[in-house]
Design a protein around this ligand. Structure first.
Ligand code: SF4
Length: 355
């Protein structure tokens, strides 16, 4: 750090939402300062409250025409599965019986499904249960559009009319085409991801925002990605939260290209950077207990995090890539883990209303 470094001036700049790329790089190399600022900002915006949501994940198909090199989930049409409506409804019923308020639906890119199939899933669930439907990533939106002969805005409108409440901001990975070309060459490009997300926000469909970190990208790539999320958020205000997702190395091609998993310190830096860069535009920072394991996820509460995500009930995608956590974390576990960290647990809905 330079001798003339002015910590107070930088802190005020960050509090005013004017952080620049060079500031973020400087802080990443001086984690003591970074962590202090991230924790202060978290305290200022969220106090001691740490939230979680009771939800269920449903991966309705693993059949996928994609070829992401970090994926251990996809399968060919001959071997894969597609859940029927009865199976989906019984999973939703199970979730609602455990007080779930959100159903998260994502799947592989099935070659034969069109927009009516995706709408039907939402409509049938909504006709039986009063739950928030959080479904279909920007990649799925592009795939549905292609299969249905529509554009993405038309697909989003149909899904919204069917009852779609919000979207997962997955498939973002790293928003840099030179990296996407290596890790997910067939996935939508950066510009398209941004376009689909902005269109959704404009249509009144909020989304989460994510980053897939810890593979071939550099620290600067992570910072640039978060700055791109910031630019969208300043324009639309449609992100409910930011979720760093650590790359899981097992059972996938990209894992064999990566020399070592990131250290705890590097995980903490990613989370703290997100808090600092996105302040005050996106003030919910979620840790993924599935990716980091419950113990490290709990420790992230000291590095800017104010949300521990959802109960999930059924987590297939990370589990198959070697995630250290289980498939379900009960509300009682969330309450205990958050209290043990000295914070106040609160249950929330998908849009961060406290319940
Ligand atoms: S990450 Fe999703 S889109 Fe990519 S191959 Fe796996 S299931 Fe398909």
């Amino acid at each position: 750090m330079k001798d003339d470094f002015d910590f107070d001036a930088l802190y005020e700049k960050i509090r005013a939402g004017r952080v620049e790329r060079e500031d973020a790089i400087c802080l990443a190399h001086n984690p003591f300062y970074l962590f202090c600022i991230a924790d202060e900002l978290r305290k200022e915006k969220n106090g001691d409250v740490v939230t979680y949501v009771v939800n269920r994940n449903i991966n309705f198909t693993n059949i996928c025409v994609g070829a992401c090199k970090f994926c251990a989930f996809r399968d060919e049409k001959e071997r894969g599965y597609v859940l029927g409506m009865d199976a989906i409804l019984s999973k939703v019923e199970e979730a609602v019986n455990t007080e779930a308020t959100e159903i998260c639906i994502q799947g592989g890119l099935h070659p034969d499904l069109v927009v009516d199939d995706y709408c039907e899933i939402i409509e049938v669930i909504k006709s039986h249960f009063d739950v928030h439907i959080h479904a279909y990533s920007p990649m799925e939106i592009c795939h549905i559009a292609k299969n249905s002969g529509l554009n993405e805005a038309e697909v989003l409108k149909e899904l919204k009319n069917a009852g779609l409440d919000s979207m997962p901001g997955t498939a973002a990975e790293i928003l840099d085409d030179s990296i996407r070309e290596i890790i997910c060459p067939e996935k939508l490009k950066t510009e398209k991801w941004v376009e689909v997300i902005k269109t959704a926000h404009r249509l009144g469909i909020p989304s989460t925002a994510t980053i897939l970190y810890g593979h071939i990208e550099s620290l600067e790539d992570r910072i640039d990605h978060i700055l791109k999320i910031l630019a969208i958020q300043r324009e639309t205000g449609g992100f409910t939260e930011f979720v760093p997702l650590k790359f899981m190395q097992k059972n996938n091609e990209l894992g064999r290209m990566v020399k070592r998993p990131l250290s705890f310190l590097e995980d903490a830096i990613v989370h703290a950077l997100a808090r600092v860069i996105l302040h005050p535009y996106c003030t919910n920072l979620q840790v993924s207990w599935v990716k980091l394991g419950v113990s490290d996820a709990q420790k992230m509460l000291y590095f800017g995090v104010n949300d521990m995500g959802g109960t999930l009930m059924e987590e297939n995608i990370s589990r198959l890539s070697g995630s250290p956590a289980g498939e379900y974390m009960s509300p009682e576990d969330f309450e205990r883990v958050i209290k043990d960290a000295g914070r106040t647990p609160k249950r929330r809905d998908t849009l961060y209303e406290l319940l």
